[in-house]
Design a protein around this ligand. Sequence first.
Ligand SMILES: [Zn+2]
Length: 201
Amino acid sequence: MKKQKNKSSKNRFLKDVIIITILLLLILTTMFIRPKQKEVVAEEVQKRVGIPYQVDHIPQSSKRPKVHRKIKYIVIHNTANPASTAKNERDYLTNPVNTSNTSWHIVVDEKEMIEAIPLTEVAHHAGTTDGNEYGIGIEICESGNYEQAEEHAVKLVAYLMKYYKIPLSRVTTHQDFSGKPCPRLLIDRWDDFLRRVEEND
Ligand SMILES: [Zn+2]
């Protein structure tokens, strides 16, 4: 009778050990394996912003080194060219006369958005390693109806913040990284821009 009792308590102990081990393994996996950041889905972005989201990637080059990274910031720019549309900006990236390393991820104007580099890859827009390595570079065009382009950017930023879980404190200007006065049409109204992004839900 006594022997049987010992055996059952030993079994119970073994069961407990197995359950605790499984629980510990589950906790460790959730701690160390974080979900990978995924590219945005064009249909979802255009539904949210209300204008087409074209994916038109440039080939691998010094502008697009094809380096995978983790996204931490959204970095806002103005094109500093009142005549240039989103299409013009995208075309310029692959124009042979353009030999600079400078690039960006998304350009937005009054009627469309174009993604030139996958958002999970490095692009050269912020003037510092930190900004380039971890930031999504968004160019706001100054052509046509600028107010509308800016409103599209507000919606786009709000969407990307939610999608990549980026806090408002990490929505920055180009100037924050390198000191260059960019986005030139927004610097003086930056707090207002952030407020509009925050309220855009
Ligand atoms: Zn800039």
